[in-house]
Design a protein around this ligand. Sequence first.
Ligand code: PLP
Length: 386
Amino acid sequence: MKFATKAIHAGVEPDPSTGAIMTPIFQTSTFAQPAVGQNKGFEYARSSNPTRQALEKSFAALENAKHGFAFSSGMAATDTIMKLLKPNDEVICGQDIYGGSYRLFVKVYEEIGIKFHFIDMQNEEIVKNTINSNSKMIWIETPSNPLLQIVDIEKIIKIAKENNLISVVDNTFATPYLQNPITMGADIAMHSATKYLGGHSDVVMGALMLNNDELAEKIYFIQKSCGAVPSPFDCFLMLRGIKTLPLRVDASCKNAIKIADFLVSHEKVENVYYAGLTTHKGHNIAQKQMRQFGGMISFDLKQDTQANAYKFLENINVFALAESLGGVESLACYPAMMTHASIPIEKRHEIGITDSLVRLSIGCEDVDDLIEDLEQALMKITFQKI
Ligand SMILES: *Cc1c(COP(=O)(O)O)cnc(C)c1O
């Protein structure tokens, strides 16, 4: 099946007892068993639930993977992956990753003896030089957050395979519609389904997709044992959101290109980070591994102060000032104090998260209204004479 058909149909069958075309919300914690040791495929809802099962099949299909798993959040999905490791194991990951992933790695997993190397994953030599006999995993996030850097997935996966490392791709920003890490050879694709997969800013959820049976068995064991599973109602909302994923992502990408061009030509804007711009460092790699360039844009201001960014954010009207991304509504956020507040200031500056950096999640509104909103908010900033 082609992508749009899978988004609508994969995993979903009319309910056998009633013919209901939508998968019912099986709001039950347990399932009656006719005799000890006999059941209809379901025993207890932490282990499995029919609404979640339909969703997990859909997740798998979207990434062309054999196995799909749903979790109560993206972080719970990431936490599950980290539980595959043991003390003294080492992980190589980008320095420009989701702030919550950084916090989980440093504040939880480094405490129990797992080591993380935060490096520039755009540079293969640095990746190779970081590998040692304790290395177990490579964690790729591309496009990255908030600077929209592009990592060459195939090149990094090749290095991972040569060194027997588990390769994981956080594919949240790209979505399975634009980029398929499993098809490129990654062991695990991870998603914060909270974002584009759900698409309506009404569910928090995580997803893992993979082909390897042995790894899938371990992940199922952790999912069932640790219990970070989503509710049947949230699974229903997710199934519903996924049906329009290609329509929503197409609309966001179309808007984002126009908005990136607008920002590039704006007198108050310094840098625009969007892989669709030919001036972007990762443009050619993005063109190779993504079908479109996504709906996320970051930019900073010619006069790089927090006050100027705040002025802009106080004056936006159609864009809402909020964390998160990937919904039909456009959002703006200030990474330094919001999504990336857990990264120390020196580190933030070092990697390019400047004091005026703003991140936009471009939604599906009429692009003229979005541009008009950005323009009027930018005009409210008055640069100070230095
Ligand atoms: C939001 C996000 C996460 C965390 O997912 P939650 O659903 O918020 O727990 C992980 N990675 C990326 C890239 C994200 O944007």
